[in-house]
Design a protein around this ligand. Structure first.
Ligand code: F6R
Length: 610
């Protein structure tokens, strides 16, 4: 949530242009409002408003702003409505100080009151403004920006990062206290940002900051200090090999469609990663643990549900799936030193997940294995070990290829673990791995080709469905939840994902003539799912089936496009590919409804708040 970018340049006089170019790469973090503060000839030009960066740029000419340094911020609203006044960056009491933050201040109410009582003019209801006032306050005391930033950071409680500057000093200062921050050094510019994509247009020489560190940007250098005692740290830039063009649409109308179509390659890449030497460490962590908690949110949690079924079937090992936000009150007291928390997070920055990571580390009860996509994320640096999802950038707000990669990781780990603990004999394990490696990428491609047009046509028939259900059974439990989440998230139709045998325990009462219910099935479970389909069909409901072609399912399909038929494969591959037609269905439904699926309203891809 929210993205900040600060740039100091030795040669530029048109800082707005590069700030817009770089910070637009963070659009997935927030698009409620946008602002740029640029310093030109000793004065700060601050322009901001509600909307996406493209809209606000067009309206206020952000990319035409003059100056040699500045800060841009893209906001996902939490404290304060998404209005112009609450948009960031903010000034301090006077227009000398400017700054912006990402994250949340937990002492917002008390600190805001304290600042107002001590004479500060706080204009907005946004907590980011308090960071700027805090620096303003301590500058008055010390007359020194470096000390003012250090002292301010001690006052501010929560998980956040902020960047701040003064009109009459050439540096920009930034601090990391729980939210991500990366810096980069280019030939004539230095840059700090919430995430790597906005650094890459300028440079691939980067430093990942750690919590409790502050950075000072001058046109020629970046220096990292410890906030606590102001000690200069020896941090050298490393070369990032992430492809700067990965965050471009490459001819697709939306990132979401591009990312869905990348899934065959994701299968190849992630299986390559899983077969390298490091997987021995991951398997040992899994083997040595006496309890396995699976902690995730949203799509990552849905993938974890699929993983729970793989672990049961292939390894005979129970995973305890839990939402990040639930873990503390539901399971924290049951942790032992032999527990393993598998923390699944695309961004590696989700606060609900980092809370669990911190709890395990602070109590020393158990170990952590991260499954993450963003290299350089807080989860990557702090988990005992981590498995990369190997997806490259996922720019679209709805998760697609990262969910797919997560489910493959679970299928792989469960197979290898099952082989080691004797739940599978070596030849069985070998044939599952062979199937994943050799068949899955092709199967994913065939599924995209085969179901794309069906999903597109089906979407047109669901435009006016105010709500619907998406039901799964056994292995497709997590798949159905994921399909429903996609439809809710980017189409704004209410869609509930649930276990199909539970539907008769209440929700069935919603079914009237033509009420749509999607059933996702594998060939192993279709005999059971038919009962659940019948319960809907005999009440006049419209049943839509996602699964392999089976003659016994055909009679339940009424419309021309109501069978999203996936290619024939194997019961272990069905749950992996069954999600693809649901991703495509949600994509086309979203586009048909005139929604931009990449930027659904009210959302952000990286949720660094509680
Ligand atoms: C849905 C979606 C979200 C994320 C959730 C967790 O399409 O993207 O539900 O899955 O916010 O995010 P990560 O995986 O970054 O922890």
């Amino acid at each position: 949530m929210c993205g900040i970018t600060g740039i100091v340049s030795r040669v530029r006089t048109d800082i707005g242009k590069i700030l817009v170019e770089c910070s637009s790469k963070l659009t997935y973090r927030g698009y409620d409002s946008v602002g740029v503060a640029a310093v030109h000839n000793g004065t700060v030009d601050l322009r901001k408003d509600v909307g996406t960066i493209d809209m606000v740029d067009q309206q206020l000419g952000l990319s035409k702003m003059k100056g040699d340094r500045g800060i841009a911020q893209l906001r996902w609203a939490t404290y304060g409505a998404p209005t112009r006044i609450n948009a960031q960056p903010h000034f301090g009491c006077t227009e000398v100080f400017f700054g912006a933050h990402n994250g949340n201040l937990h002492n917002y109410y008390e600190y805001r009151e304290h600042l107002i009582e001590t004479g500060h003019i706080v204009r907005s209801e946004n907590d980011g403004e308090l960071c700027v006032h805090a620096v303003d306050k301590y500058y008055e005391e010390t007359g020194n920006m470096f000390e003012a930033v250090r002292k301010s950071t001690r006052d501010l409680k929560g998980a956040f990062a902020y960047a701040v500057g003064r009109a009459d000093e050439p540096e920009i200062y930034a601090v990391k206290m729980g939210s991500s921050l990366v810096a980069g050094v280019a030939d004539t510019d230095t840059i700090v940002s919430s995430d790597l994509p906005s650094i890459l247009p300028l440079t691939n020489r980067v430093i990942y900051l750690q919590d409790g560190e502050m950075i000072v940007l001058t046109p020629d250098s970046i220096k990292v200090y410890r906030v606590e005692d102001g000690k200069l740290l020896d941090r050298k830039p490393e070369v990032s090999n992430v492809d700067a063009h990965a965050a471009e649409k490459g001819g697709y109308p939306h990132f979401m469609l591009k990312e869905i179509s990348e899934q065959p390659q994701v299968a190849r890449d992630v299986l390559g990663v899983l077969q390298d030497a490091k997987s021995e460490d991951w398997l040992r962590l899994l083997e040595d643990a006496e309890k396995h908690y699976l902690v995730a949110c949203g799509s990552s949690y849905n993938a974890g549900i699929v993983g729970t079924y793989y672990f049961n079937k292939l390894a005979g090992v129970p995973l305890i799936p839990t939402l990040g936000g639930q873990f503390g009150s539901m399971y924290a007291n049951t942790l032992t030193e032999e527990s393993l928390c598998i923390l699944v997070s695309q961004s590696g920055e989700t606060k609900d997940i980092l809370n669990v990571l911190n709890h395990v580390q602070e109590t020393g009860r158990g170990k952590t294995l991260g499954i993450l996509n963003v290299i350089g994320s807080t989860l990557m640096f702090n988990a005992n070990s981590f498995i990369p999802m190997a997806c490259g950038y996922e720019v679209s707000v709805p998760a697609t290829k990262t969910y797919f990669s997560q489910t493959i990781i679970f299928a792989y780990l469960a197979t290898k673990l099952g082989e080691r603990n004797g739940n599978l004999d070596p030849s069985e394990a070998k044939s599952v791995i062979k199937m994943l490696k050799e068949q899955l990428p092709y199967l994913a491609q065939q599924t995209i080709d085969k179901t794309g047009i069906l999903a597109k046509n089906l979407a047109t028939t669901l435009m006016d469905a105010p709500d619907l259900y998406c039901l799964g059974y056994g292995f497709t439990d997590g798949v159905a939840r994921e399909g429903a989440l996609k439809i809710k998230e980017i189409c704004y139709n209410h869609c509930e994902g649930m276990y199909s045998s539970e539907f008769k325990h209440g929700p069935l009462s919603i079914v009237t003539e033509d009420y749509p219910v999607i059933f996702v099935t594998t060939t192993e479970d279709s005999w059971m799912v038919i009962n659940h389909i019948n319960e809907v069909a005999c009440r006049g409901g419209r049943t839509i089936v996602v699964g392999e072609k089976e003659d016994k399912l055909q009679p339940y399909v009424q419309g021309k496009f109501d069978y999203l038929e996936v290619p024939k494969s194997n019961v272990l591959l069905n749950p992996l590919v069954d999600v693809i037609p649901l991703q495509l269905l949600s994509y086309y439904l979203s586009v048909d409804k005139g929604i931009n699926p990449d930027l659904p309203r009210n959302l952000s891809k990286t949720l660094t708040v509680d």
